[in-house]
Design a protein around this ligand. Structure first.
Ligand code: ANZ
Ligand code: ZN
Length: 823
């Protein structure tokens, strides 16, 4: 046996064994509860970073603990392998994206494997391979036939340098995020997915997702953006014709305070006005080039011009001027607003700039006068004033009465608006999944029939920055119409890579199926994912799209579940010296270096020891060294106990003295680990408990070696430490277990604490809110800051005093009390 801890050889041996035995192969087994543990699959950038290591270690710890607790666990892995970086790298190095991607997958796979994750690699997939994207195309044609996928022209942000459409998020201050070029607006035909049909369901189901972080649900809710309001019309006459300018408002109660209307630059009235006036035309052009997203619009200086058109107030009959304004979005509501400067911040700023009237119609708590400039708009709901028959009404009564009066004139009705837009999936890019459509001069857009799928993406192209190289390859574009057989042109747009990642978790379940994307019965067995783990940067788009896909698939009869992910865990960022690890800061710790020097087990254990994983973790080099010393100590303990004791030594039924002390510590650590795992992600405290156990074994071992009871206690304590550390340091844990107990620790049940040996030290925790005692409870002596706070907050009498309040300070005196200060 190796005296010295040599992680390289321990890890090589263990990994070789797992691979030979296919230890992590998952097979459906109705006799055990299933646990589908999914980590967001990586983009194959070529290098694993510590964020990946943390993400996948969290998943692996859960995978291994659940398996020991009797679950049939599935942990798959794959590659989100289409996308822009491959094209950029291809341009820089003149290598086809396919080659670059394949090479990166190979290196990253080796790196992942060196970390010893319990992954079922037989299910590995890469979204850039035809055996995967074929099913993207298959699903697209199904959605197309159902009308969920459809074509329309859309105004897009066009980056003239990259020759591509940019997402709103990719436009920064009117320039392309990558090229810095001034972004143009263009109208092009694109394919969309009708996610808006699911807006209601996507919103409503959020409440049922008890295993999701509140913050993520809130982000989704805001993104869907349901607004209740009134659509109402301002009549006007144009060239002899009676028309209405429609607006959407959430504040119909302020209608009597509307002093002008404002329309977007793309609104038909603006187009009409621009055709008659060069100055308006110039302004409209300027607006169209300007900001594209709401966040930017909010920052913009409010600018506008009168169109010369007047409309009539639908209730008072007053003459109301119509202005073009840069703060009105064409894509929301009616592309027009009724402006109520007294009660809307933006309208107020605009009215101030252009000297438009400000008429208060909601009682201000400080008086009814026109707000002074420094006071700004009063945007809270309140009682109506200066509003004729609506005076004295509150928000709801006024909205109801005004909506009813408008309805009798045919000038309004209540309406619900959604912020969510249909999902444009067309990308004018090469390195993506080809959209399976053929354009026929006679038949129009014809979906490619199943028998002709996949539409294979050529893998030898190298983009040169002048647009999509697919469009320049006749062998790809020239085809015949599947419907009539005449010459036709193949679509050259590829799909947004978010399509690839919207259902990959289903393909893992049945990766070799050549008839269908996945078998329904198999999918119904494993779905939903029990635990999803990933970065919070995917809180909105990826998770929304995946939820939408699952709902659409369920509607199509392909799947039973309505929601893909029961529990979601979003990990915090890893920092070093107080800053995010990034190349530009030069503070990146490469996992490879650590694995090569200290071993995968140290890297994994340290990353879990850094702190609760939902928070950011500060990487400290000495911390990793410390964990390495601990694992080395445990290793030497294992070797010594193995050499100096005999298997089969019996534990005493009534242990006493030092034997009892050590056994008590072992059972205490089992109990603590079990409870911490049950609470979720308290990994650091589990590791700390094993450290305590190992210290105790070192302290007592010289007095214990030699007696059969002492030997048995040492063997038990060492095996316990091995099995508890196993989820974090699986190579070392399983090797020590094998030395002492023989066999495979991952096939063993989770250890059980013996209550008779469990002398748990407890104390009475006093919980105060604002210094007043609200509760008392018995708590474990070992508990510290965050743990005690969590216990305190969970107490009902405490929670009721926190409800609706803001926590300003939390004071913890371990072993005594918690005081929460609220406002
Ligand atoms: C009059 C009014 C009075 C408004 C008031 C607000 C306060 P949400 O909650 O996001 O749905 N609005 C409507 N369409 C718009 C567009 N295309 N571009 C910019 N702004 C638009 O917001 C609805 C409110 O945003 C609407 O209610 C409208 O202004 C504005 F005291 O109408 B409101
Ligand atoms: Zn045809």
């Amino acid at each position: 046996m190796h005296e010295r801890y040599d992680p390289q050889s321990v890890e090589r041996d263990a990994q070789g064994f797992w691979e030979a035995q296919a230890s992590f192969r998952a097979v459906e087994d109705p006799s055990r509860p299933k646990f589908y543990c999914l980590s967001m699959f990586p983009y194959p950038s070529g290098k694993l970073h510590m964020g990946h290591v943390r993400n996948y270690t969290i998943g692996d710890v859960l995978t291994r603990t659940h398996r020991m607790r009797g679950y049939n666990v599935l942990q798959p892995m794959g590659w989100d392998a289409f996308g822009l970086p491959a094209e950029n790298a291809a341009m820089a190095n003149a290598v086809p994206p396919a080659k670059w991607t394949d090479d990166n997958i190979a290196t990253m796979k080796a790196q992942l494997q060196s970390l010893g994750f319990a992954i079922d690699w037989s299910r590995e997939l890469a979204t850039c391979r035809p055996d995967y994207y074929r099913w993207n195309q298959w699903l697209f044609t199904r959605l197309f036939k159902k009308g969920i996928a459809y074509k329309k022209t859309g105004v897009v942000n066009w980056d003239p340098v990259d020759q591509t459409v940019l997402a709103n998020e990719q436009v920064i201050d009117g320039r392309g995020w990558r090229t810095g070029a001034l972004v143009e607006k263009r109208e092009i035909p694109m394919y969309f997915l009708r996610i808006t049909d699911y807006a209601d369901e996507l919103l409503g189901a959020l409440d049922g997702l008890a295993g999701w972080p509140e913050q993520v649900k809130l982000m989704q809710k805001n993104w869907i953006g349901r607004s209740e309001g009134v659509r109402l019309g301002f009549p006007y006459t144009l060239e002899g014709e009676q028309k209405q300018l429609w607006v959407f408002t959430t504040r119909a109660d302020t209608l009597m305070g509307a002093t002008f209307c404002a329309i977007a630059a793309e609104h038909p009235i603006a187009t009409w006005a621009a055709a008659r006036d060069l100055k308006i035309a110039a302004f409209v052009d300027e607006c169209k080039r300007g900001a594209v997203n709401e966040a930017e619009l909010a920052r913009l200086e409010k600018k506008g011009m009168p169109t010369g058109l007047y409309c009539t107030h639908p209730l008072s009959g007053e003459r109301i001027p119509v202005w073009v304004a840069n703060y009105v979005l064409m894509g929301y509501g009616e592309g027009a607003v009724m402006a109520v400067p007294a009660h809307d911040e933006r309208d107020y700023g605009f009215a101030q700039s252009y000297g438009l009237p400000i008429k208060p119609v909601i009682r201000h708590p400080l008086g009814d006068g026109v707000p002074a400039p420094w006071k700004s708009a009063y945007a809270e709901p309140g009682l109506c004033i200066n509003s004729g028959r609506y005076d004295g009404m509150g928000f709801e009564a006024a909205v109801d009465a005004i909506a009813a009066d408008l309805a009798t004139k045919g000038l309004g009705e209540k309406q619900i608006q959604w912020r969510l837009r249909d999902w444009g999936i067309s990308r004018q890019r090469y390195w993506g999944c080809p959209i399976p459509i053929v354009h026929c001069p006679d038949c129009g857009d014809v979906p490619v029939p199943d028998a002709e799928l996949p539409v294979v993406l050529p893998t030898d192209l190298v983009p040169d920055g002048t647009g999509n190289p697919l469009a320049k390859r006749p062998a790809f574009t020239e085809t015949t119409c599947p419907a009539c057989g005449k010459p036709a042109r193949r679509e050259t747009d590829t799909m947004d890579t978010f399509v690839d990642s919207s259902w990959y978790f289903l393909r893992y379940l049945d990766p070799d199926n050549e008839e269908r994307p996945f078998d329904r019965e198999i999918a119904d067995h494993w779905m939903p994912v029990d635990q999803y783990i990933g970065g919070v940067e995917h809180a909105i788009l990826h998770l929304m799209y995946a939820r939408f896909f699952v709902k659409a698939l369920a509607d199509g009869g392909y799947l039973d579940v309505q929601e893909p992910f029961t529990n979601l865990f979003t990990q915090g960022m890893i920092t070093r010296d107080g800053a995010k690890m990034s190349k530009s800061k030069g503070n990146v710790v490469s996992p490879r270096e650590y694995v090569e020097r200290l071993g995968a087990d140290t890297a994994r254990t340290y990353i879990c020891f850094m702190g609760p994983p939902e928070r950011g973790g500060g990487w400290v080099d000495e911390g990793a060294e410390g964990v390495h010393r601990f694992l080395s100590r445990l290793w030497r303990l294992g070797v010594e106990v193995d050499e100096r004791t005999e298997p089969g030594a019996e534990l005493p039924s009534e242990p006493t003295g030092e034997v009892r002390e050590l056994l008590a510590k072992a059972h205490w650590s089992i109990d603590k680990a079990t409870r911490d795992f049950e609470r979720g992600f308290q990994f650091n405290t589990v590791i700390a408990a094993v450290m305590e156990l190992v210290n105790e074994a070192y302290r007592l071992k010289d007095g214990l070696f030699g007696s059969s009871e002492g030997d048995a206690a040492l063997r038990f304590a060492t095996a316990t430490a091995a099995s508890l550390i196993f989820p974090f340091a699986p190579h070392l844990g399983s090797e020590i277990w094998e030395m002492i107990e023989g066999g495979r620790v991952w096939e063993e049940p989770w250890p059980q604490a013996d209550p008779t040996l469990l002398s748990r030290d407890t104390f009475t925790l006093v919980i105060q809110v604002n210094g007043k005692v609200r509760a008392k409870l018995e708590a474990d002596s070992g508990l510290e800051g965050e743990e005690l706070l969590a216990l305190a907050r969970a107490e009902e009498q405490v929670a009721s005093h926190l409800d609706g309040k803001k926590i300003v300070k939390e004071i913890v005196v371990p072993g005594r009390l918690v005081n929460i200060v609220v406002r």
